[in-house]
Design a protein around this ligand. Structure first.
Ligand code: IMP
Ligand code: MG
Length: 184
C-alpha cells in the first residue's frame, strides 16, 4: 500500500498501530472495571475522536450506548481560540446517565472545559473524560482527566483520527507533522 503522499509529511512516528491498539485495550479494561454493573454512554467529540471511539467501544465489556457531538475549534490553524461553539448537539437526553466524553487530544483545555460545563448542566448521573492524547504543556484551562492514553510533547500531531486542515486522519499511526507543512 502506498502512503508516501502523507508519510513524507511526518517528521516522527510517536505511536505505532500496535502501540495504539495495546493502549486502547488497557483503557477499555480500566473503564470496564470501573463501571462494572453499570451502563455507560460514550460521547464522542467529532471529528478527531471517531477512530479512537470506534476502537475503544468495541473493547468495552459493560453495556454501552454512543452519541456524538461536534464543536468548532481550529479551522485550518494549529491552536484553539478559546471561542467554542457546539455545531452538532447530542441526539438524546443524558439526564441520569453515566457519561464518558471521548476526545482525541486535550490541548489548551478550552474545548473540553466548555463542553463538560454544558454537559454537567444537563444532569447526568456522572461524567468522566477519556482522551487518547494529553498535551499538558499547553493547558490554559484546568480540566479533570480520568482516562488518558499517552502524554505528548508540544508538537502538532496527526493520524488515527487527528487532522491538520482535515487531512491525515486516515494515517493508522500517530506522528508529528513537519512544521513546514503548517508554516510553523
Ligand atoms: P483545545 O481546545 O486547545 O484543548 O483543543 C482541542 C482540539 O484541538 C482537539 O480536540 C483537536 O481537535 C485539536 N488539536 C489540538 N492539538 C492538536 C494536535 O496536535 N493535532 C491535531 N489536532 C489538535
Ligand atoms: Mg477534536
Amino acid at each position: 500500500m502506498k502512503r508516501d503522499m502523507m508519510d513524507k509529511d511526518i517528521q516522527e512516528v510517536l505511536f505505532s498501530q500496535e502501540q495504539l491498539a495495546r493502549r486502547v485495550d488497557e483503557i477499555a479494561e480500566e473503564i470496564s472495571r470501573d463501571y462494572a454493573g453499570k451502563e455507560i454512554m460514550l460521547v464522542s467529540v467529532l471529528r478527531g475522536s471517531f477512530i479512537f471511539m470506534a476502537d475503544l467501544c468495541r473493547r468495552i465489556k459493560v453495556p454501552c450506548t454512543v452519541d456524538f457531538m461536534a464543536v468548532s475549534s481550529y479551522g485550518a490553524g494549529t491552536s484553539s481560540t478559546g471561542q467554542v461553539q457546539i455545531t452538532k448537539d447530542l441526539s438524546g437526553d443524558i439526564a441520569g446517565k453515566h457519561l464518558i466524553v471521548v476526545e482525541d487530544i486535550l490541548d489548551s483545555g478550552n474545548t473540553l472545559s466548555y463542553l463538560l460545563n454544558v454537559l454537567e448542566q444537563r444532569q447526568p448521573a456522572s461524567i468522566r473524560l477519556c482522551t487518547l492524547l494529553n498535551k499538558p504543556e499547553r493547558r490554559v484551562k484546568p480540566v479533570k482527566l480520568h482516562y488518558s492514553g499517552f502524554t505528548v510533547p508540544d508538537a502538532f500531531v496527526v493520524g488515527y483520527g487527528l487532522d491538520y486542515a482535515e487531512r491525515y486522519r486516515n494515517l493508522p499511526y500517530i506522528g508529528v507533522l513537519k512544521p513546514e507543512i503548517y508554516g510553523g
